[in-house]
Ligand binder design. Structure first.
Ligand SMILES: Cc1cc2nc3c(=O)[nH]c(=O)nc-3n(C[C@H](O)[C@H](O)[C@H](O)COP(=O)(O)OP(=O)(O)OC[C@H]3O[C@@H](n4cnc5c(N)ncnc54)[C@H](O)[C@@H]3O)c2cc1C
Length: 536
């Protein structure tokens, strides 16, 4: 791509976003000899790990899994220091990848893509940015991230607050020192659960404002065991193969028994073992936890007992115990000292179900019961997940139809990769693919590989465009929905369902059929000459 500040460009492909997905997509397209340019709103590469710098931010899929697999040299030479790496280390890794593979020369930072319009006559996309770029490209690839569009705080009179407020997903680069402060954290999802123990240790007082409690499993994070690292690195190819064929993109110990078939003491022992091991594997302790309400209840009961054994105040323990949705149907969290933090004298839990926030005040906030004096407010209120970043771009396909219009009743895609009416437009980890239910780097690599292979196929076969057929798309949407409803997931008001965003259609957006099964399906589509697509 021209390195000058040229604004009128002609490229083979535009890639939107420079997180894990955008970087790998660029690497692949360059390998095919295409001219490709990445446009990224942030001042640096890294996506999630560029923006989410809140205290305690780290991955909850282990680092030996949560890393690129495309280069054996890279995976052999890079050394993670912890079982679950912290944000600064992951960001360093992504920057290392950008340098090691000389990716930066095709990345334009601090540039937001505002629109992408399909020109039917030319069969090309016109992509525009907030810095005046006007790019003509044959392919447009949205690597915009499932969790990159933050949910903005919409509390009455927020502008009147005289202290400072922060969003965990847009944390200041210089960090925040809460020493001596009265701090309020609003929200108790994954970001809050990671940051609360650290903020509590620093602040004078911490008020945690909770609407819905979450299930959180201990991480048992530790320095990476050098023996384990050696074993994995000696067998990395096989380790990655198993991850690709697994259900969630990393290998969790499976148990083919039902929670309801085993004796109560056996069941309790199994849960205890998983709890001690820590991490996301807890939800696969038995094979029916996510499918059967009664089985799920046994896990929930174990959890409740754990919370009661950690948290001294029974009322606080009860408030922290989820009761309104099955375990695992909202994203399971992974923490270090989360529940124990509520034993600290300087920490207060406020139940917003009983006393909702009425408004922000100049010196804190007011619930229906009382005023809280705060120096800082941390909004840990999450993201407009999966569709937010895509719909923020004015995307217009065939006949000028907007994506917003097409998705008015919820996202519709073929394989989470493409859409009828939007030729040569691809979405990496789009709705209708395993995406957020998986180790996302595995899913990202699979999508970027599929897209690169597809583009290569089109070029070598003299085709200009590929477009999902409406029937194939409808069938896929139905299938995603059917599989989702075989599980307990749709029972929760989760961000998987779009339920955290007022007015967003309630659809279970990710594909829960499993990473391995999904990959097979995508490969079959390719093997059958792009079944379900029209090639022109
Ligand atoms: C705190 C946190 C922890 C996580 N931990 C894990 C984990 O342990 N395991 C896991 O599998 N997943 C995890 N995830 C999910 C994580 O988002 C993915 O793993 C992965 O980083 C996504 O990469 P991506 O490139 O697809 O998207 P992102 O990293 O979100 O990158 C997308 C980029 O696109 C840019 N962008 C968006 N719209 C535009 C536009 N219009 N113009 C220009 N640029 C644009 C954004 O600025 C962003 O930089 C976590 C997410 C969060 C928020």
């Amino acid at each position: 791509m021209p390195t000058t500040d040229e604004k009128k460009l002609t490229l083979d492909a535009v890639i939107v976003g420079a997180g894990f997905a955008g970087l790998y997509m660029l690497y692949r397209l360059r390998g095919l000899g295409l001219s490709a340019g990445v446009f990224e709103a942030g001042k640096g590469v890294g996506g999630t790990w560029y923006w989410n710098r809140y205290p305690g931010a780290r991955c909850d899929v282990e680092s030996m899994d949560y890393s690129y697999s495309f280069s054996d040299e890279l995976q052999q030479e890079w050394r993670w220091t912890e079982r679950y790496s912290a944000q600064p280390e992951i960001l360093k890794y992504i920057n290392h990848v950008a340098d090691r593979f000389d990716l930066r020369r095709d990345i334009t930072l601090e540039t937001r893509v505002t629109s992408a319009v399909f020109d039917e006559a030319a069969s090309r996309w016109t992509v525009r940015t907030d810095r005046g770029h006007d790019i003509s490209a044959q392919f447009c690839i949205m690597a915009t991230g499932c969790l990159s569009s933050t949910q903005e705080p919409k509390f009455e009179r927020l502008e009147s607050f005289t202290g400072k407020w922060y969003h965990t997903g847009r944390w200041p680069h210089e960090g925040v020192d809460f020493t001596g402060q009265r701090v309020g954290v609003i929200g108790t999802g994954s970001s809050a659960i990671q940051s609360i123990p650290i903020i509590a240790a620093q602040a004078k007082r911490l008020f945690v404002f909770q609407r819905t409690p979450n299930y959180s499993v201990p991480a048992h994070n530790a320095p990476l065991d050098p023996e384990y690292e050696k074993i994995v690195k000696a067998n990395y190819a096989e380790f990655r193969r198993q991850a690709r064929e697994s259900r969630v993109g990393f290998v969790m110990e499976k148990n083919d028994a039902s929670a309801l078939e085993v004796a109560p003491d056996v069941r309790a022992r199994e849960y205890e073992t998983r709890w001690k091991r820590g991490g996301l594997g807890f939800s696969s302790t038995f094979n029916d936890i996510l499918f059967n309400q009664a089985a799920n209840q046994t896990a929930a009961d174990f959890f409740g007992a754990k919370i009661r054994s950690i948290v001294r105040d029974p009322v606080v323990a009860d408030t922290l115990t989820p009761k309104t949705y099955p375990l695992g149907t909202k994203r399971l969290c992974v923490d270090t000292n989360y529940y124990a933090t509520f034993n600290r004298d300087n920490v207060t839990l406020v139940d917003l179900r009983k006393t909702p926030i009425e408004r922000i005040t100049p010196d804190g906030l007011r619930t229906s019961k009382q005023d809280y004096q705060l120096d800082s407010i941390v909004f840990a209120i999450g993201f407009d997940a999966m569709t937010g970043a895509l719909l923020a771009v004015d995307i217009r396909g065939r006949g000028g139809r907007t994506l917003r219009d097409k998705w008015a009743e919820g996202p519709k895609t073929y394989l989470g990769l493409s859409m009828a009416g939007f030729p040569n437009l691809f979405t990496i980890t789009g709705p209708g693919s395993p995406s957020v239910l998986s180790n996302m780097i595995v899913s990202i690599e699979q999508h970027a590989d599929w897209i690169a292979d597809c583009i290569d196929y089109l070029r070598t076969n003299g085709r200009r465009s590929i477009e999902a057929m409406a029937d194939a798309e409808n069938e896929w949407v139905q299938h995603v929905n059917d599989v989702g409803h075989m599980t307990l997931y749709p029972q929760a008001n989760s961000w998987y369902m779009g339920a955290n965003i007022p007015g967003k259609p309630r659809i279970f957006m990710p594909y829960i059929g499993g990473v391995g099964v999904y990959r097979q399906r995508c490969d079959e589509v390719t093997a059958k000459g792009y079944e379900g697509f029209t090639l022109a």
